[in-house]
Structure formats: structure tokens, C-alpha cells
Ligand binder design. Sequence first.
Ligand code: B82
Length: 324
Amino acid sequence: MQAKIISTGSYLPKKTISNAQLESLMDTSDDWIKTRTGIENRRISESENTSVLCGKAALDILKKANISASKIDLIIVATMSPDYLSPSTACLVQDYIGASKSMAFDLSAACSGFIYALSVAEKMLSSGNFHYALVLGGEVMSKMIDWNDRSTAVLFGDGAGGVLLESTDSIGSFISEDIHSDGSRGLALTAGALPVTNPYSENHLTDTYLEMEGRAIFDFATRSVPKSIEAVVDKASLTLSDIDRILPHQANSRIIQSMAKKLKIPFETFALNISDYGNTSAASIPILLDELVLSGDLVLGTGKKIILTGFGGGLTWGSMLIRI
Ligand code: B82
């Protein structure tokens, strides 16, 4: 059995916040944000939590596929900003959409979460035990960041996206993958610390907001990700010229420029929408994929070869070469 992507979808909260609007909230400027990150706007959720963003993205995916939620066997939500530690966001989504026969769980791999979740779902469908799987990436990053820290608060946005996978006897979407973790560098990008506090513990006052060592993770991304892109192409016995489009995690446009330079390929090979949504962590790749499908830039069923590549907290990174 193989797994095939048969539908994409996304949901973005309504409220758009521009760089200019952030200028009135903190000491920052449109020019600083735009030139260093490529970000112009981001969506900020006023009340919808991660499960609602994911649930609405799931309904969009199912509607486009004309498939009922009752047929879904598996839901995986990649998120670093869940509604609760328990129940999982995926279980909340299961209830929200009415996928009553589904198995549902969350996957924690920060900005690489969608790649990890797709990889896991593909293996589960290949086993023959699941027919339809919803793979979602969704985040409310606005609740994870320190709104008094201008170096991080301007970078993130909220949203959700995903795909529907179907198992098939014939040819699937997944050609090759290359996925890694390096826990030894994990503290370079942290969020949501949960220190030990109980009547017997010393009281550690730990910052629970997102914290990042910008330079260190920038270097990590620009060193590791091009190697991973080359690895999936090599494993498939292809060359970069066979690849129609690369959909990278939308962390920073300078990271993507550096990747294009290292790989000696045109910057235009990389799809970009960071200017509209900022960094939506695990949601950035599926939102971008859905946008490209909606615009007609990518058409499902045409067999075009694309690479999805994620990188982020853990540290985690990985690429998948897929036939769209
Ligand atoms: S930065 O450190 O301020 N910088 C690079 C030196 C400015 C160009 C910076 C900024 Br601003 C925004 C993002 C990053 C960055 O490196 N991000 C990531 C790197 C690896 C993995 C994930 C991310 C992410 O932000 O999601 C650096």
C-alpha cells in the first residue's frame, strides 16, 4: 500500500495585523521587520484556539475532497501551541468535525511538525490498516510569545493547514524523505517551559515564553536544510533541476535566500508567503501548499515533483520529495 495526497486546505483567523500596527504596540518599525524577515502582515486569533483553527482547516480539506468526516481513520495534528496538554488537539478536532471512528493524536516537532506528521501518517497508511488520514499543522503562536519582546513578537502568526491522505494500491505521492533531530542543541529554541513545581520542589521561576538564539538557529537552518534537500533528491536518483517547486518552512526570507544560494538554484524555485502570515510554525508548509493549489500554481494529480522542507525547535529538520 502507498499513500496519496488527495486534498489540501487551510484556515486563517480573520484579524490581520500589519507591521505599522505593531509600531504602536512596541518600539519597532515596518522597515526593520520587512528587511530582516520579509514579513509585512500576520493573522492574530482573537478567540479561536488551535483546535478550532485546525478543525476549520479540516472542514475545508474534507469539503474540497467531498469526503465525509465519518470516513476518517486517522487524525494527526502537528502543533507546539495546543489547547491543552491533554486532551490532545487532535482529539478536540475529531470531536469538532465529527470523525467518530478516527484514531487521533498530536505530534510535537515545532516548525518541522508537519513534515514529521506526514512521514508518520504515510507509514501508517502504507501498513494497510488506515484508509483516510487527516494530517494537520496548526498554531496559535500569539499565545506563546512575549508581547514585550520586540525581537520575537513581530515574527509569528496564527493559522492552520493540512492535507487528506488516502491509501492506494497504485502509485502514491511519497518518493523520498530525509528527517533528523538534534536534541543536544534543543535549548537554542524553546517555548512553553513546564518546570517541576510541587510541595517538595525548589521553586524554579522559568520563562514560559518562546525564546530563540537567532544567530545560532539561523546558522543551523542554512547549514542543515540545503543538505537535507540534496539528500531527498539523491535518494530519488534525481537532480535539483527535476524539482518544480520547493516549499520551505516560512521562518525568515533571508534563510530561504541563503538556501537558494547554497544550492545554486534560483530563489524563485522556493515558494514564499511569509509576507502575509509571518512564521506560523507547523502550519506554514500546509498553508503554503494550499495557497499554491488554490492559485493553480500546483495542480493535484499532475505528477509535478515538489519538496517540502521543515526546520525548527528540537532541533528538528527534514525534507520530503513528493509527487503532487
Ligand atoms: S535573526 O537572528 O534575527 N536574523 C538572522 C541572523 C535576522 C536576519 C532571525 C530572525 Br529576525 C527570524 C528568524 C530567524 C531564524 O533563524 N529562525 C529559525 C531558524 C531555524 C529554525 C526555525 C526558525 C524559526 O524562526 O522558525 C533568525
